[in-house]
Design a protein around this ligand. Sequence first.
Ligand code: NAD
Length: 510
Amino acid sequence: MSDLNVVSISEAKIPSEPFIACHLIDGSWRESADGETFDRVSPSHASLVTRASRGGTRDVDAAISAARLAFDKGGWSSTSGKDRATILLRVADLVDRDRERIALLETLESGKPISQARAEIEGAADLWRYAASLARTLHGESYNSLGNDFLGLVLKEPVGVVSIITPWNFPFLIVSQKLPFALATGCTAVIKPSEMTPATTVVLGELLIEAGLPAGVVNIVLGYGDPVGTAMTTDKRVDMVTFTGSTGVGKAIVKAASGTLKKVSLELGGKNPQVIFPDADLDSAVDAVVFGVYFNAGECCNSGSRIIVHEDIAEDFIARTVEVSRKVPFGDPLDPSTKVGAIITPGHQQKIDAYVQDAAKAGAQVRLGGAALEVPGLAGQFYQPTVIANVKGEMPIAREEVFGPVLTVLTFRTLEEAIEKVNDADYGLSAGVWSENVHTCLEFARRAQAGTVWTNTWMDGFAELPFGGVKESGQGRELGTYGLEEFLEAKTVTMRIGRTRAPWVDPGVE
Ligand code: NAD
């Protein structure tokens, strides 16, 4: 594929020794009780990046005990918002200070481009600062409207011990969408990062200690869904689970947590449509579509992988998309000019390819790519930018998360038909519309079944704006004040004023 833009000259040095990652339990770094470890090999360079302690039941039990004790003794949960904010702001400064170190580990473990990793770490620091502002302004409600005899108070209290389970595609950013918000309310936590990307969560643990967070408030256990994730979702000492990951595991977590009726917040998968109307600014739409599908190699819950374009402009749109796709620099994630890096594992690359080959067999047309990408000098796995036309709504490639750099293009004739196609999905994470007509955009925004709608843009996010999905894309919201509310319980305090209560039992009756 010599006509693709392949980057293969790495300017950064890979560390010669692996990062050693241990559990953080009750303020100290511990190896697994049974001494087990697991390795993470870089998906781009095939070099050993991290050797991590592999958590077992004893490790996760100790972590949950520490979080429970830290919550119940009140050292963190009853501190003032001001004191909590001070620690969160310190963490933000430390994240900024260590940005390069965190970004390098993130890139080596996940395969994402170093420039993107740097931007994500910067974005994560912003989330810690935003959560600090919420810690200061967190408050309940008062009802002075219940008549002369009553005053009603609604106290906002931290939920308690929170299990935080994160995926591999945005490890540092996603833990920062959850943890600072949980801490802002006074919750304590046990975190399990993905077994694919444990390192940067461990670095975050180091920074939390340096920032002065009391022991036991945040505990980190490394390892796999079984047994670590299972214990974190079934143990009765845990009050809430916040999970980001696949819809399949999300459903398993709902079942696991139902035994003790934990609160569950889920950020799951997506198969996100973008509808392109003939009056759209096509240059902008094509660029955003290309960005939306190749960003993070398509390994993104928000991947805009399901394009629904008006029939009259479909051929022009596909031709332009193919042309722009060829220019995107794919290759060595350590090269600062690279925009698309490696695929997380060889097995995942095969899964992506199987979706493409099956679609081709079913009659879809592969207009670009559709195969593994060789990057000279690198032993990891990469996939070519891929554009697939003539896709039918019932094909798996149009309905399921491919989680790779693969664009599927469907067509429509009327707004009604476009909305029908948008909503013909099990997922409901995000959706986009491209049109210069404000009425079209507004109607789309109202009728699309999605947690987020972008009009004439794609994947812009802000700490202030809530993010989450409907249907099988999840429940609950992250970010904004809604993200804080997830970690709060409301307690009603009803106060009588004066001796005004009329007796229920008549005192005069003998
Ligand atoms: P995954 O569901 O395989 O794993 C996520 C985490 O769950 C990992 O830490 C894993 O070890 C753990 N886990 C696995 N089995 C478990 C169990 N039985 N109990 C408890 N924990 C368990 O997901 P992934 O492959 O790491 O990430 C990709 C998925 O995440 C995609 O579906 C993507 O759409 C989704 N995602 C969603 C968002 C969002 O905000 N909606 C963001 C990023 C990723």
